[in-house]
Design a binder for this molecule. Structure first.
Ligand code: GLC
Length: 684
């Protein structure tokens, strides 16, 4: 049994997160109480007492309550015990003390004596205090009281999540080659650099399907341009790479460079498609190219216009993109920079005390992504001017939707790869997300794992982190361990920042281990792709916390570092440096699979219980559930080489008969529903 109710407060902006709007429920909001009160607040010993208006939704949690969801955010799978913000933020330091990352995903499930799901459809800043102010209360505070609230009920958490996913619509499905391994780095400058990367992989027989083009491919960081000196024959080069079975995936940024003669800029100005400032002029921010305008992707016509710009690259043979800096990130605004410069000038020759030094430092640090800037520009939504901060979380969604809608028109028969940095629920229909600028830290390997089920709950199935870490210098063991998780994530991309240690696999000593590890991903593709497709087509999770599948099991409910992947597998990656292995909890008997490569496999049946499992750096360990099958194949150098049905082999933990429903299609087309794509694989 499942049930969804929609409540509406004030005048919500239609985010189009939900496919079909339900009629408003006329009753009172369930579970939560709206608390409106005046409170005395004193900021410090000697400060004056001030009266503060408090207005929030409150829910009292029993000690047993766990909270799941919120998509991309810091901290645990169980989100209880911290205050989160729904506020798309460009911040590369994903530490526990932060409150928001790049996405704004306002869906969560409260699981306790009563279990229910909540979706707050609100595109502005929202505070989700999950036991921070008071350990036993949830406090929800939108910046303004204009929102739609959905309450979902069902017999199990999985059922509630499925119901939610149905409400918001089918998750994005990428082409199959996008499940191959990809190499990226901010700093690949030219055709020669890319060729060297491909050579490094192919010569060492480490599989590879994609190389990502970061901002360096553009001419002066201008969207929809290619630098003619460094890529003199771009479409020939794209073709040359295709011959090597490599897809080039260029980045597109939100800001459009202000430059006379640059067509995208000139058209946008002429057609009035950029966001406006308070005076009605095109808003000026700055990102990579210096001063930019932001296309108003919340305005239908502007969105359509911006989307069509991708054609320039599609026409040159490109089949995939990543959308970046679309929170949107703003290095500085023209206006704020002017004021800051003035203040700094006035401080010249000053004997600054502590407070003045702090203030001086904050002036410069506060230039980027300044909340005041987000309040100083406007969108035109269905003819009405709306201040940006009120719809901040929709910008990345709008940009990716622009592309997604254009692809439907330009390439109706073909899947185009698309993933974004910023996102809101609803965007999951148009593209995936990567988890943004992480660091080469062991804690971020674990955070990568924890975000997977939360993102899946919110509809984002095509996702993954920058493997090896984006910022900081990676170590060889960290990259190996991270890849051992990455071989299970739909987006499997190694990406790193300019100035950090080079982290292409062939630059390290254990080339053979890299080859075999990534080879395991390719070997497991029949299972991984099939599970992805079924999860997308059935609105299900690809990654589940153990708590969702074994809700009666006290230990399973506590596990935060193992996940179920599809119907057959449990993963338990190592995320600690120098560890020889790790503790694993088996909530039921399982078959341990130890792979050195797809040709070197050992298995062992284990009873339910706690184990210390040794996992050398050269091995991947996972577990098969009772009665389940994992189809796999030999490993190759690129995805298209793999999929011969005759090569399918079966790993299984079946004492008697077992069956697996194997989904297999051409990986490009869109006739997803065709029953021919489903085949039964059987043992005994
Ligand atoms: C942003 C992106 C990162 C990219 C960089 C340069 O930080 O998140 O992935 O490499 O910009 O384009």
């Amino acid at each position: 049994m499942s049930r969804i109710r929609r409540f509406s407060i004030g005048n919500p902006i239609d985010t189009e997160a939900v496919l079909k709007k339900l009629p408003k429920d006329k009753g009172g909001i369930p579970y939560f109480q709206r608390i409106q009160k005046m409170e005395v607040e004193k900021f410090s010993e000697d400060s004056q007492e001030t009266m503060v208006q408090r207005d929030y939704l409150s829910y009292v949690m029993g000690p047993e309550v766990k909270i799941y969801g919120l998509g991309e955010n810091v901290r645990g799978i169980d989100k209880r015990g911290w205050v989160y913000e729904s506020n798309c933020t460009d911040d590369p330091n994903h530490t526990e003390g932060k409150h928001a990352l790049y996405g704004a995903h306002n869906f969560f499930v409260v699981a306790g004596k009563e279990t229910f799901g909540v979706f707050l459809d609100y595109p502005g800043k929202l505070t989700l205090d999950f036991g921070y102010t008071r350990m036993d209360e949830i406090h929800i505070t939108p910046e303004e009281w204009n929102l739609d609230l959905y309450f979902l009920e069902g017999d199990t958490i999985l059922e509630i999540v499925k119901e939610f996913r149905r409400l918001v619509g089918r998750s994005y499905i990428p082409p199959r080659w996008a499940f191959g391994y990809g190499q990226s780095r901010w700093g690949y400058q030219s055709e020669a650099d890319i060729r060297a990367v491909v050579k490094g992989y192919r010569e060492n027989q480490i599989p590879l399907d994609a190389v990502y083009l970061d901002i360096d491919y553009m001419e002066e960081f201008k969207d929809f341009t290619v630098d003619q000196e460094r890529f003199p024959n771009f479409s020939d080069f794209v073709e040359e790479m295709k011959q090597e079975h490599i897809h080039l995936v260029p980045i597109i940024d939100a800001g459009v460079k202000i430059e006379e003669g640059y067509q995208v800029y000139e058209e946008g100005v002429k057609k009035d498609y950029f966001c406006k400032d308070q005076e009605g002029k095109d808003f000026v921010g700055a990102v990579w190219p210096g001063k930019v305008h932001f296309p108003d992707v919340l305005n239908k016509n502007a969105r359509k216009w911006f989307g069509k710009k991708y054609k320039y690259l599609l026409d040159q043979g490109i089949e995939g993109f990543w959308n970046d800096m679309n929170e949107p990130a703003i290095f500085y605004s023209e206006k704020n920079l002017e004021q800051v410069m003035k203040k700094i000038k006035s401080m010249k020759y000053k004997n600054m005390d502590m407070w003045e030094v702090f203030a001086f430092r904050d002036l410069v640090n506060g230039l980027a992504n300044n909340p005041e800037d987000y309040k100083s520009f406007y969108h035109k939504i269905n003819g009405t001017s709306v201040r940006h901060d009120k719809v901040h979380n929709l910008y990345g969604y709008g940009m990716t939707r622009a592309a997604g809608e254009a692809f439907e028109e330009l390439e109706p028969e073909k899947r185009i790869l698309m993933f974004s940095r910023a996102s809101y629920i609803g965007m999951h229909r148009y593209g995936g997300v990567w988890m943004g600028d992480n660091q080469s830290w062991w804690s971020h390997l674990l955070l990568n794992l924890k975000m997977l089920p939360s993102l899946n709950m919110c509809g984002f199935l095509y996702t993954g982190a920058d493997l090896g870490g984006f910022g900081s210098d990676v170590t060889e063991d960290l990259l190996l361990r991270w890849l051992a998780l990455g071989i299970f994530t739909p987006l499997m991309r190694n990406h790193s920042a300019l100035g950090t240690r080079e982290q292409e696999c062939y630059r390290f000593t254990q080339t053979e281990t890299f080859r075999k590890l990534i080879g395991i991903r390719y070997g497991l593709m029949p299972y991984l792709y099939s599970e992805y497709m079924k999860a997308a087509l059935r609105d299900e999770l690809l990654f589940s916390p153990l708590a969702f599948v074994y809700p009666e099991d006290d230990h399973a409910r506590e596990v935060e570092d193992q996940l179920l992947l599809g119907e057959s597998i449990m993963i338990a990656p190592v995320y600690t440096q120098n560890a020889k292995g790790r503790y694993v909890y088996l909530p039921e008997p399982m078959k341990l699979v130890r792979m050195r490569s797809v040709e070197e496999i050992e298995t062992e049946v284990l009873e339910k219980g706690h184990y210390y499992v040794e996992v050398p750096l050269e091995e991947v360990v996972f577990f098969i559930r009772p009665g389940k099958i994992v189809p796999y194949t030999k490993s190759g150098q690129f995805v298209e080489e793999e999929y011969q049905e005759k090569d399918i082999r079966l790993l299984h933990f079946a004492e008697e008969k077992a069956e697996y429903e194997w989904y297999q299609d051409d990986g490009y087309g869109k006739d997803y529903e065709n029953p021919k794509h489903y085949r039964k694989l059987q043992v005994k």
